[in-house]
Design a binder for this molecule. Structure first.
Ligand SMILES: NC(=O)c1ccc[n+]([C@@H]2O[C@H](COP(=O)([O-])OP(=O)(O)OC[C@H]3O[C@@H](n4cnc5c(N)ncnc54)[C@H](OP(=O)(O)O)[C@@H]3O)[C@@H](O)[C@H]2O)c1
Length: 209
């Protein structure tokens, strides 16, 4: 059994340190400008940590998982990365085409996104301008989860959103305790062999990508 949690908003994604109040999925949360803004370097770092970190760890552990009688992978995602939130038409189309998804396509989306960050054309290309590297990295992790589930059909491989949980990342603000946030991931780690695979869960419930 493998529970793969990518570290997500790594510290080097940050840029400045002043606080501001923002609206986040209907919940007023204190986020920091350092989290919301990004340079090309910090965006690249975020994708590297969240997507390539997840991918590298998964590839390293897959041979061991194949020895397990109940192999499970749970990739920790978030609620921000739903495909409907990716406004760049080309990327949105590529990520929506479940049957056509490949790792090369994910690389293409990442490369295009990072080029747009570098050229300062996020707004023009209709990417989100706040938290975009985090959102894109999570959308890519979700798509990667679907690719893996398709490729390794004897494993149960799912993506999971814990919900807005009081951890270091949120400066201990949120709607859920750590235990409540973790509950759904633990359940997915313990599902029977005929359980779901290639799905996305918000806490205990299946949801749409
Ligand atoms: N909390 C929420 O509301 C929420 C909502 C949706 C999704 N999530 C997701 O849940 C997962 C866990 O986050 P959390 O809320 O538990 O945050 P957290 O308490 O801040 O934990 C983040 C973890 O990532 C590690 N980390 C940070 N940068 C890293 C790097 N560059 N390389 C390796 N490890 C690194 C940290 O290690 P150190 O302690 O050593 O720094 C820490 O163990 C993340 O993927 C996050 O996106 C959280």
């Amino acid at each position: 059994m493998l529970v793969s949690m990518e570290p997500s908003l790594k510290k080097s994604c940050f840029r400045s340190s002043s606080d501001e109040l923002v609206q986040d999925t209907g919940v007023k949360t204190y986020m920091t400008k350092q989290v919301m803004l990004q340079t090309y370097e910090t965006a690249k770092d975020c994708i590297q940590t969240n997507y390539y970190g997840t991918k590298n760890v998964t590839e390293a552990l897959l041979p061991f998982l194949s020895l397990s009688s109940s192999p499970r992978i749970i990739n920790i995602s978030s609620g921000l990365e739903k495909i409907e939130n990716i406004k760049d038409e080309k990327a949105s189309k590529m990520l929506s085409d479940v049957d056509g998804l490949t790792e090369e396509i994910l690389k293409e989306v990442v490369t295009e996104f990072l080029n747009d960050v570098k050229e300062g054309s996020l707004e023009e290309k209709r990417w989100n301008t706040l938290l975009s590297a985090y959102m894109v990295s999570k959308a890519i992790v979700n798509a990667y989860t679907r690719i893996l589930a398709n490729k390794y059909q004897s494993l149960c491989i799912n993506a999971f959103n814990p919900g807005f949980t009081k951890t270091d990342m949120t400066r201990h603000k949120g709607m859920y305790t750590v235990e409540e946030g973790a509950r759904g991931a633990v359940r997915l780690a313990l599902i029977p062999d005929d359980g779901p695979s290639g799905c996305f869960f918000f806490q205990m419930e299946e949801t749409t990508f």
